[in-house]
Design a binder for this molecule. Structure first.
Ligand code: NDP
Length: 445
């Protein structure tokens, strides 16, 4: 089938999976020209095989809350493609999780992992369980119940999960503990583990730092210095906080942070002291960004996202999918935004992406810009295999060079006739070609 026909067919077969179809459409429309240059791809119906996950596990997770009430959630693992390496991708715990969202994430992960230069396939998993408002014991019981089902489908050379929204060091620790008990083995089957049991230095920081490194590469193409630039960030979780930390160290001004309840504006830029407060608030007390606003008497906008509230030179959406729409993109551009680099997965809607590309600003899609997280996960797997741990400097240096290489690949495949780099096209074509060649070599399986 031709690329466009595959898209129509997927729309017909999966009408209730909007996020999955959105992610697939973006990739298919940008790789179509390249794909159609290879008649052998069409003969092998490669694009359809690449869009449909290898397999999907879904299961019930029953656990008991602190009041003794029996609760039931859904659990999933989407193993999208292991053409270039073991399945690899995070686990998301959030009330919004469903099969469509995890399918889009696993699909994106396949291309992202291909870009990292490391040998990792694509996967994603999760549950509609939300850790928010739950006690530590409830989170532990849920993680254990989730693993009693998932453990049989994963393994160090089979499928290696990690964190994502709602899954940080605490949840990975509980899941890994149960996995170890079930398998009677100590293997590197999770990444994002604690330092004491095989975790890599710089893994917690990697997605945020990596996004800033990617941004620096983009800015360098225009000779622009990050120092003094006003940067709007959304979210206040793992990705957002380490992005902000790195930016502050480089002399940029972080002018917003948010969570699912609202946005805080920091007109003069976040200070290191305020950053420390947010880290503790989010990781120890599991509080809300409104509490930070209250503590420092900063403007807080309940129920609003940052993009229309603040003048920013740069926007780094780092919370969730579809959190920046066309209208917000136009507001950012009208206020002089010169670069958008996505910490989150698919945070910009298709309409917003169109605006950024039409304005020819520096725009990096998540699968390139946030690939630092999974890259350092790959480095964690390498360290686990060697039974060694590398220094923070070594890991950080590798992360920087991987982000530079991803930027380089995007430039090679995304440069247009007038010299503008379309990073969406660059990332999709570069990611696709590697997986496609591996699939062709391995036959129809
Ligand atoms: P966290 O759970 O640590 O933080 C998520 C942040 O986003 C929180 O501030 C959360 O607010 C906010 N948020 C979540 N859902 C929504 C929503 N529906 N509307 C508004 N705000 C929301 O997750 P991460 O920082 O790990 O992940 C953030 C994004 O980065 C995700 O898209 C993830 O897929 C992506 N990513 C993460 C990687 C990683 O290594 N962790 C790697 C690559 C990509 P609240 O506290 O109110 O829920």
């Amino acid at each position: 089938m031709k690329a466009a026909e595959v898209l129509d067919d997927l729309r017909r077969r999966f009408p209730n999976e909007p996020e999955y179809l959105q992610a697939v459409e973006e990739v298919i429309t940008t790789i179509e020209d390249t794909y159609n240059q290879y008649p052998e791809f069409e003969r092998y119906n490669l694009i359809e095989r690449l869009c449909i996950p290898d397999r999907i596990y879904s299961f019930r997770v029953s656990w008991v809350d602190d009041k003794g009430v029996v609760r039931n959630n859904m659990g999933y693992r989407i193993q999208h493609s292991n053409a270039i390496g073991p399945y690899k991708g995070g686990i998301r715990f959030h009330s919004s999780v469903n099969q469509s969202i995890l399918k889009f994430l696993a699909f994106e992960q396949t291309f992202k992992n291909s870009l990292t230069t490391l040998a990792m396939g694509g996967a994603k998993g999760g549950s509609d369980f939300s850790p928010r408002g739950k006690s530590d014991m409830e989170v532990m019981r849920f993680c254990q119940a989730f693993m009693t089902e998932l453990w049989r489908h994963i393994g160090a050379d089979t499928d290696v999960p990690a964190g994502d929204i709602g899954v940080g060091g605490r949840e990975v620790g509980y899941m890994y503990g149960m996995y170890k008990k079930m398998t009677h083995e100590f293997t590197g089957t999770f990444t994002g583990k604690g330092r004491e049991f095989g975790g890599s230095l710089i893994r917690p920081e990697a997605t945020g730092y990596g996004n800033v490194y990617f941004l620096l590469n983009m800015l360098a193409t225009k000779g622009i210095d990050i120092k003094g630039k006003r940067v709007a960030i959304s979210g206040s979780g793992n990705v957002a906080t380490y992005t902000a930390q790195k930016l502050i160290s480089l002399g940029a001004k972080v002018v917003s942070m948010s969570d699912s309840d609202g946005t805080v504006i920091i007109p003069d830029g976040l200070t290191e002291e305020q950053m420390k407060f947010i880290f503790e608030l989010k990781n120890i007390y599991r509080g809300r960004i409104s509490e930070f606003a209250e503590e420092y008497k900063l403007p807080y906008y309940a129920g609003q996202r940052p993009w229309k509230l603040v003048q920013a030179d740069i926007a780094l959406p780092s919370a969730t999918q579809n959190e920046l729409n066309g209208e917000e993109a136009r507001a950012l551009l009208a206020n002089g935004c010169i670069a958008v680099s996505e910490g989150a997965n698919m945070p910009s809607t298709p309409e917003a992406i169109k605006e950024f590309l039409a304005a020819k600003i520096l725009y990096a899609p998540g699968k390139a810009a946030n690939a630092g997280g999974v890259s350092v996960s790959g480095l964690e797997m390498a360290q686990n295999s060697q039974k060694l741990s590398w220094t923070a400097e070594e890991v950080d240096a590798k992360l920087k060079s991987i982000m530079a290489e991803i930027h380089n690949q995007c430039t090679i495949f995304g440069k247009e006739e007038d010299g503008y780099v379309n990073y969406v096209k660059g990332a999709n074509v570069a990611g696709f070609m590697k997986v496609a060649r591996a699939m062709m070599a391995q036959g129809i399986v």
